[in-house]
Design a protein around this ligand. Sequence first.
Ligand SMILES: [Fe+2]
Length: 190
Amino acid sequence: MSHDHENPAPEFDETIEHTENAKLMTDDEYYPYLTKKKVRPAMWRWRDIEPPLQEVAKDPLRRADRRFLSLVNTDTGEAGGALPSVFLGIQIINPGEHIVPHRHNSFAIYHIMQGTGYSVLDGKRFEWERGDTFVCPAWAFHEHFNSGDEQAIQYVMQDMPARAMERNLIWEEPVGNTFHMVEGNRPHQD
Ligand SMILES: [Fe+2]
């Protein structure tokens, strides 16, 4: 029995015979092409991090949605990581502030450097204080509250550069608003 009337042929704009980005390479050509720039060790001093972090903490335009400094090793080039597959960031949250719920398909590891508060990860509340570590799996909703009376500082590691290099980095923020980074969208755009 034919179902052609229920499954019409897909529509398309044009038929492609050749794309200019499709190459064939011999080993002699490919391995030099594949060779990456050496990534040098890098170090960020707290004395250099803290002043701009405090500037970020003052910014009223951020609406307490995210107060972040990214630690970028420029040797990672397009990856934009501290290492080619690793993102490092320092997040500061003022007393009483709430980092709104969101999720991404990069995982996140948090270490609390200062302050007290709690995070809601996948609907469960996790209290934290200085010295604590917790992880947020990929695509789990998370939000953070500073419930103490001093600034909270979180050290955050993600595999965001790896996802970005694979062109599959996806965010949902705010809830219900999904971005695919390759399409030119990104969080925190006004
Ligand atoms: Fe996040």
